[in-house]
Design a protein around this ligand. Structure first.
Ligand SMILES: [Zn+2]
Length: 309
């Protein structure tokens, strides 16, 4: 008798606690994992205080080379949403998702629907243009650095707000409102820098690795060569000689270096040719004053404009 009473009381207490816990769980921010800091920034912009987002890589690592840590598996296991670029950029992420064993995980591929650029791709082709791996569907070989064009960033943010709205339908409208406000800021940034770049006569640059074709196309820059076509393999002497020739013949004044890669070769090329090295970052957080996407884009554009002028 007493036992039954007790268990009844426990059941009552249990369901009361269940109610309390479920309302706490509901109020808790949505756990989101992003592969790159730029995606984490977009998630924060849309989700605000209602998301708790972590980026797997920091701005200091190259987006192409990363080895997930045990804590990353745990984070993905507990996440509601995982946000990635796709296009084979995060070669390390599929294994991570599999190991995390999270059947409820919503995976968002933010590059979907973005028209891709080819050419000079760091992991799609080797120096002679041969395909290195072509096993990731029809969009493989497309350059994955899509976010460096603010117009592409708009597409990516739409994917993110849609996913957050699916994972947390009660706040869907709020996410859409946050999105709308941010897209306006992106529009303004784009318009302002398109205008500023137009005033510069010589817009030819050499870049460190093929991160910049979308940025260059948007702002009217001409990339005349990349130092690395593949992260992790040194450019050949022949390639460097070719770059030096191009810089001299075409009066290229600016070489773009990146904080995630060694500055050795950009500096050597500059010394040889008299060109200037500027350090730009494709990922926020790698340089002072580049903590989020907007400030990173402003930093990259103003630094480059100053150097080209
Ligand atoms: Zn890259």
């Amino acid at each position: 008798m007493i036992g039954r009473h007790r268990s009844g009381a426990w059941i009552g207490l249990g369901s009361a606690l269940g109610l309390v816990f479920s309302s706490i769980a509901h109020a808790a921010p949505l756990p989101v994992v992003a592969t790159l800091p730029v995606l984490a920034d977009f998630v924060r912009v849309v989700g605000g205080e209602h998301v708790r987002v972590t980026s797997l890589i920091t701005g200091l690592e190259s987006e192409h080379t990363y080895t997930p840590k045990p804590s990353d598996i745990q984070a993905v296991h507990e996440a509601a949403v995982l946000v990635k670029v796709g296009l084979g950029l995060e070669v390390w992420v599929n294994g991570l998702i599999k190991n995390a064993e999270n059947p409820r995980l919503l995976v968002v591929e933010t590059s979907q629907g973005i028209p891709l650029m080819r050419g000079g791709e760091s992991h799609g082709h080797d120096e002679d243009g041969r395909d290195l791996h072509n096993d990731e569907g029809p969009r493989a070989g497309g350059n994955p650095h899509v976010w460096l064009d603010p117009e592409n960033a708009q597409v990516m943010i739409r994917h993110i707000s849609e996913a957050l709205g699916r994972a947390d339908p009660e706040r869907r409208k709020l996410y859409l409102a946050n999105q709308a406000a941010y897209l306006k800021q992106l529009d303004e940034l784009q318009r302002s820098f398109v205008q500023q770049f137009k005033t510069i006569p010589n817009r030819k640059i050499i870049t460190h690795h093929p991160a910049w074709p979308y940025f260059a196309r948007r702002f009217g820059l001409e990339i005349r060569g990349d130092i690395f076509t593949q992260i992790g393999s040194e450019p050949s002497a022949k390639r460097l000689a070719g770059l030096i020739r191009t810089i001299r013949q075409e009066h290229i004044r600016v070489i773009v270096s990146e904080p995630q890669l060694s500055p050795k070769i950009p500096r050597a090329l500059a010394e040889e040719t008299g060109a200037t090295v500027v350090v730009l970052t494709p990922l926020p957080g790698a340089l002072p004053g580049t903590d989020d996407y907007l400030s990173m884009m402003r930093y990259n554009a103003t630094t480059l404009i100053e150097a080209l002028r």
